[in-house]
Design a protein around this ligand. Structure first.
Ligand SMILES: [Zn+2]
Length: 275
């Protein structure tokens, strides 16, 4: 069966109806099928990268290349980009070229996009595009998730410093050397966060409730900079960074063991809450 994607505009419906009528009329002579019908039944490239697995495979096959509107791949990437869940919030939405690359550090696939009106390439999460949704920690609009995202973002450099000073990346649980992630251990990130929030709240230093969204990184961040009214947020962030640095220790886990550990933490939290 040929899959087709049709715009549901009235004009298209009407023209489809006409085409159908033409086909019925010309049933005895197929060569008379109007030429525009081939445009209608050609599968649109939107179908090409509609799952994570397909997208990843396609990107691997097309890595280390640039794509411009003259390349047939451009349309495929254009449609992929179009699926990004927060695209409507972007200032610049019109891509003029794509670059598929690999991250020098982790080797993971990276999609760079140059938008009309900007002279730099930006990273856009192809995972979010392929799944049509943001990662879990970015999904919800609720302030707790924003705060959590900003708190994680604020200590990213500390985590990457750990990686820089610990070169042998082996999972401490299963000795795998593939897809190694940094795990907060023995104190979980959530424990350190709760400890800090408790300490701050007891002093009346409530966490910031407004954040800035960083579309390039796909993350919420604390507001800071020179604006006087964001000074509180900046101080709060710095205080969190110091606290985290003092309390956080890490270990390496492979992504499979890390997921298992996270699941058991989640179950623990749920059962704690239900007490
Ligand atoms: Zn492991």
């Amino acid at each position: 069966m040929i899959k087709t994607k049709l715009k549901t505009t009235q004009t298209n419906k009407i023209s489809m109806r006409n085409v159908k009528l033409n086909i019925i009329k010309d049933d005895s002579n197929h060569t008379n099928i109007p030429s525009n019908i081939t445009n209608i039944i050609t599968p649109t490239p939107t179908m090409v990268l509609d799952t994570y697995v397909k997208t990843k495979k396609w990107l691997i096959d097309h890595v280390h290349r640039n794509y411009f509107p003259r390349n047939p791949e451009f349309k495929i990437l254009y449609d992929l980009l179009d699926r990004h869940p927060s695209k409507l919030e972007w200032k610049n939405q019109n891509p003029i070229s794509f670059k598929i690359s690999r991250s020098p550090g982790t080797g993971s696939l990276v999609m760079y996009v140059r938008f009309e009106g900007l002279n730099k390439y930006r990273i856009v999460s192809w995972v979010a595009c392929s799944k049509g949704k943001l990662a879990k920690h970015q999904q919800s609009n609720n302030p707790d998730n924003k705060l959590n995202g900003a708190m994680r973002y604020a200590v990213r450099i500390q985590v990457s410093n750990y990686k820089k000073s610990h070169h042998t990346q082996t999972c401490v649980l299963c000795q795998s050397t593939h897809r190694i992630e940094v795990d907060h251990h023995p104190l979980h990130f959530v424990d350190i966060k709760q400890g800090f929030l408790k300490m701050k709240t007891s002093k009346g230093d409530l966490p910031p409730d407004k954040f800035k969204w960083h579309p390039k990184r796909g993350n919420f961040m604390f507001r800071d900079g020179t604006k006087a009214d964001n000074y509180y947020d900046k101080k709060w962030k710095q205080s969190w960074q110091r606290y985290h640095k003092k309390h956080a220790t890490y270990r390496y886990l492979c992504s499979t063991c890390n997921k298992k550990t996270n699941q058991s933490i989640a179950t623990q939290i749920i059962s704690d809450n239900s007490k």
